[in-house]
Design a protein around this ligand. Sequence first.
Ligand code: CMC
Length: 392
Amino acid sequence: TGNTTLDVGFVNTASCQSAITYIDGDAGILRYRGYPIDQLAKNSSFLEVSYLLIYGELPTPSELEAFTSRIGRHTMLHEDLKDLLAAFPRDAHPMSVLSAAVSALGTFYPNSLSITDKDQVELSTTRLLAKLPTIAAYAHKKSQGQPTLYPDNRLDLVSNFLRMTFGVPAEDYEVDPVVSKALDQLFILHADHEQNCSTSTVRLVGSGHAHLFASISAGIHALSGPLHGGANSAVLEMLDKIDGSDDDVDTFMKKVKNKEDGVKLMGFGHRVYKNYDPRAAIVKETAHEVLQKMGVNDPQLEIAMRLEEIALKDDYFVERKLYPNVDFYTGLIYKAMGFPTEMFTVLFAIGRLPGWIAQWREMMEDPATKIGRPRQLYIGEPARDFVGIDKR
Ligand code: CMC
């Protein structure tokens, strides 16, 4: 059809121009607004990085203070939203709860659905950044059958989230600074990744002029799949199946290479990185550090390292340029922190939220934006005449 070209999975097609995130997949480079990811992970904080992604520059001290206190004022959930969360079944997957709750935010703030009113977009931005950790913690509490805790806004965003997740009423919860710092760093590493599946979803939904809550809710669903954000829990499920003896690691690797039942080495491979994922390098270091500091001796870390060692030397992986991605080691850290496997992708979503928001806002402000509407190459039947039911 005309000059339509086929590009399954958008391997070569740029869908937009963006000034937010730069990736060089061959060199293993990732930068947010020009700043290298390792410098941000080492020196910055998740809120500062959120500000950077959304507004384009690192905040001054007073800008960061204003941003932090604005978010601090919006961490509570409407009591009716809590009732809605309470109505979900106890074994509901927290990613479904998260997406449903974000979708429902649109019903609680009908005045904030404008895509052109800058103040309202600002308010929705603040509400999302403030409330997503609260919603996530409540989803976890629900699955545990435990009562929920109100946010304590004297704490920073990540510590507040940890307290709401692991604390119980009437007991003081001491946030472990090692855990809080490590989780903050992991959120930074996940904060944006240019036009990945979920971000493209957020943009595509928004390109039809759907509001921010609707677009982010769709992005959360896109993230949930095991080829995308769901890979972090899939890695742990994979490690659970391997008992650690060399035999089992080898049997598993054979299955992967023979593509038996579609088995993949989860946490390996990336569409853009054909060299070590720079986020994975940082996460691997953090995994060792955090597990050691927490006094956790997890045999699954050994298995993961063994899998990586084998894969990096094996022709199958070398030829296909498959390296560990950000998800390979994150699950082990989340597990050591006490999160159940189902919550891992929720943590990815909290981290990715500022990127989604920044990308949605950039698209809405770009006069060149058009509704996203890919074409196809039709391969069906040619024109034919209708046949009545009695003749079929
Ligand atoms: N294990 C075994 N084989 C693999 C893997 C893997 N993890 N990843 C890719 N391959 C093979 C694939 O079968 C194909 O082989 P062949 O050339 O013989 O057909 C070749 O490598 C190229 O892979 P592809 O599927 O064409 O690559 P893609 O760019 O379409 O997919 C991917 C990228 C990330 C979906 C894929 O590598 C994958 O499924 N990895 C496992 C899931 C995972 O870890 N996802 C997290 C991605 S990073 C976090 C995020 O941003 O979401």
